[in-house]
Design a protein around this ligand. Structure first.
Ligand code: SAM
Length: 251
């Protein structure tokens, strides 16, 4: 058992090392394979459509600005991005400034933007404060956000009781946006995906420290191996993906 543990730690360590130097937000080389159909909506296409009509738009928590750089082609008015993480803010600025998109290094829960000044708030997988988003929106303005759903990675939760639970996010955002006087439409979708290996999942956990606090290979190896044993099928390591889509318009 001891050698099995230490072999597993050695097998997984390169993924933790690689996660240490992660910056930006490009996960294309660790994206799992869908075993079931993904969401019926296309967030990026919806964002493009809304940008065509928006005067002033903001992309919250832009990461390294990867998505915003593609979206900037559809913006005809002022387009700004916010980024909270000190590692990514300068990266995003370097990518987006040449495209005419200013990057603001700021918190997401309190946007440094004037009340009623924004026609479109875009937010993919970033936290937000519903009342603050409602504040910055102009009349007729729209929030489009895709969030990670409450049952995302539920199989990981099963093996790590200390993992943070974000199932409150969707109902809370919907309720608070509605009570803030916005017209809200919302959808949820969950589907199963397969990662190539446990290493990819270790990498994902290491680059998103808000999910599993104080994640450490040596300490967590037993739970990781139990998780792998329970979830591995011919296609790979199976987990649930879950996404929520919220569109809210200020009257
Ligand atoms: C899930 S990412 C989404 C990025 C972008 N909106 C997208 O959809 O591609 C959420 C945000 O968390 C930030 N972030 C990443 N690692 C972080 C860390 N260790 N501490 C704080 N924030 C981090 C990223 O820079 C990014 O802005």
């Amino acid at each position: 058992v001891t050698s099995e543990r230490s072999e597993a730690i050695e097998r997984l360590r390169p993924w933790v090392e690689r996660a240490r130097s992660f910056s930006g937000w490009d996960l294309s080389d660790v994206t799992p394979r869908d075993l079931e159909p993904g969401p019926p909506w296309d967030y990026e296409a919806l964002a493009e459509e809304l940008l065509r009509k928006a005067g002033t738009a903001v992309d919250m928590g832009t990461g390294g600005g990867e998505l915003a750089s593609r979206l900037s082609a559809y913006a005809h008015g002022r387009f700004v991005a916010t980024e909270e993480w000190v590692v990514n803010a300068p990266l995003a600025a370097r990518r987006l400034r040449p495209l005419g998109v200013d990057v603001i290094h700021s918190r997401s829960l309190q946007l440094p933007l004037k009340s009623g000044s924004v026609d479109l708030v875009l937010n993919r997988h970033e936290e937000l404060e519903p009342s603050d988003v409602a504040r910055v929106l102009a009349a007729g303005g729209t929030l489009l956000t895709q969030q990670i759903g409450g049952d995302n990675w539920q199989e990981v939760h099963d093996h790590f009781p200390r993992m943070n639970d974000f199932s409150w996010v969707f109902p809370t955002y919907v309720e608070q946006l509605k009570s803030g006087g916005l017209d809200v439409t919302a959808e949820q979708h969950s589907w199963r995906v397969a990662h190539r290996s446990l290493g990819e999942m270790v990498y994902m956990l290491a680059i998103t420290p808000w999910h599993l606090p104080e994640f450490e290979l040596e300490r967590d190896i037993d739970a990781l191996l139990e998780f792998e044993e329970a979830q591995t099928i011919r296609e790979g390591l199976v987990v649930t993906h879950s996404r929520d889509l919220i569109k809210a318009t200020k009257r």
